[in-house]
Design a protein around this ligand. Structure first.
Ligand SMILES: Cc1cc2nc3c(=O)[nH]c(=O)nc-3n(C[C@H](O)[C@H](O)[C@H](O)COP(=O)(O)OP(=O)(O)OC[C@H]3O[C@@H](n4cnc5c(N)ncnc54)[C@H](O)[C@@H]3O)c2cc1C
Length: 435
């Protein structure tokens, strides 16, 4: 049997005219040289492709779009799930079930109509399933935890090509693993997750000239030290090559009414006139406009660190000198429900670190890519013991592995599950647990 005979979907191989664009990831800086691309049409089709791969001794990597591409998909069958577009909202039960091709922007538009929200991150084009399988650390994580912790069930295809409905009761081990360790154990065709009432949303972005950076960071530290879990703040430094002068920014989202949100952010009003202030009452659909993340395919190279403290050594490092050749540095306030999660919640367990740092640049040439790596190394060295050493799975980057996200007992448990559930290594996640 040929691959084309195993699927109702389009198959593209290297000789085909459209192969090149179809095989590339959203992060265009990540090299990817796959053997074939399959655009699956539905869950049955996914199962059929898996059975074919299993029989032929081939490997399948799922990539709805490639936001999280890591450069390890060479030689695989690349499975695109864009056609799996189911969105079912059960407002009475406060749940949504979405297919593996649905983006957060689409899912939120459907649940917002009922005054309900899921737990998206900053980018509306990221897939709900890919983000959630990696944990998913979004704007409302301080209030409700990782997106993965709200999952009720997964519809999936296992390594034998069988379709299963997996819940905490039906398969506790697999359910635990899928809530944070990525896509190394199964292909998820749909996820069902709990929704939350959104009483209101207030937020936006503030920006000042870079010479205010020390004051803005000090105020960020003061406000985050007392913030209720409904409030999430991100501090940022931005240096756009050949763009406007360097800036310092605050991005904020508050789950509640505008007056309370304004009061919680009042300390920033004392810092003088900002260059930009987009704080306002928002609809859930306008959440993504707080950061305006790129939606078109873009190059990016970054690294994350979980900070155990925002002490003077850390703030000095974050404020020191130019970012170049980096584009931006972003410090997210974590804590709240992330810290309160128990070990059964999923492989991340409790995320007790109070801040997450993400620094990145645009690797537009090999020289720039090398310069970005050097600068990221410098930050890591300077932050020293103030970094906990593990990272959220969805913030891993090329060159890192799943073992950078989890402690030793957790990675051992995941490896055992991989050996038990996918002994032939049919599935290859962007960050495989056995690496
Ligand atoms: C602009 C931008 C902003 C982001 N913001 C946030 C944020 O705020 N918070 C956060 O936590 N993360 C964030 N991320 C990271 C993002 O959540 C991860 O990269 C996530 O893995 C992307 O999922 P995807 O399916 O869209 O990407 P893809 O690269 O297509 O998939 C990523 C991986 O997920 C697995 N996968 C995807 N679908 C399936 C499936 N159906 N079955 C099995 N495995 C599957 C595969 O292993 C795949 O390699 C951001 C990324 C970008 C590019």
């Amino acid at each position: 049997m040929t691959l084309q005979a195993a699927t109702k979907g389009r198959v593209l191989e290297p000789a085909d005219a459209d192969f090149e664009p179809a095989s590339k990831p959203w992060n265009v800086a990540v090299p990817q040289s796959v053997a074939a691309v399959v655009e699956a049409t539905d869950a049955d089709d996914v199962a059929s492709v898996v059975r074919y791969a299993r029989k032929e001794g081939l490997t399948v990597a799922v990539q709805p779009n490639g936001h999280g591409a890591s450069g390890n998909a060479d030689g695989v069958i690349l499975l695109r799930t864009k056609a799996l577009q189911t969105i079912e909202v059960n407002a009475a039960e406060r749940t949504a079930k979405v297919g593996a091709g649905v983006s957060w922007g689409q899912a939120q538009a459907a649940t917002e109509a009922h005054g309900l929200t899921g737990l998206p991150g900053s980018a509306p084009v990221v897939s709900v399933v890919g983000y959630t399988l990696g944990g998913g650390l979004g704007w409302f994580a301080r209030k409700y935890g990782l997106a993965a912790h709200s999952v009720r069930a997964f519809d999936l295809v296992d390594a034998d090509g069988n379709q299963q409905h997996v819940t905490a009761d039906s398969d506790a081990d697999l359910f635990w693993a899928l809530r944070g360790s990525g896509g190394d154990l199964a292909i998820v065709t749909a996820v069902e997750y709990g929704l939350y009432e959104a009483p209101g949303l207030y937020g936006g972005a503030l920006a000042w000239p870079a010479d205010k950076a020390a004051d803005v960071l000090a105020t960020f530290k003061e406000v985050t030290a007392q913030a209720p879990d409904e409030l999430t703040l991100w501090f940022g430094r931005l240096e756009i090559p050949n763009g406007p002068p360097p800036m310092v920014a605050i991005q904020a989202a508050y789950l509640g009414d505008a007056d309370a949100g304004q009061a919680l952010l009042a300390a920033f009003d004392k810092l003088g006139d900002p260059l930009q202030d987009t704080r306002q009452e928002r609809t859930l659909a306008e959440l993504a406009a707080i950061t305006n993340d790129p939606t078109d395919p873009s190059p990016g190279k970054g690294r994350s660190s979980m900070l155990t403290s925002l002490n003077d050594d850390v703030t000095e490092t974050l404020l020191d000198g130019s970012l170049a050749p980096l584009l931006a540095l972003q410090l997210r306030h974590t804590g709240g429900a992330l810290a309160a999660a128990g070990p059964d919640a999923g492989p991340h367990g409790s995320i007790a670190e109070p801040y997450l740092l993400y620094a990145f640049g645009l690797p537009l040439s090999p020289e720039l890519a090398a310069g970005i790596s050097t600068k990221l190394d410098e930050y890591e060295a300077k932050l020293g013991d103030n970094v906990s050493g593990r990272k959220p799975f969805t913030f891993l980057t090329g060159g890192e592995s799943a073992s950078d996200a989890f402690d030793q007992p957790t990675i051992e448990r995941l490896r055992q599950l991989k050996r038990d559930r996918d002994p032939a290594n049919v599935f290859r996640s962007n960050y495989p647990v056995l690496d």
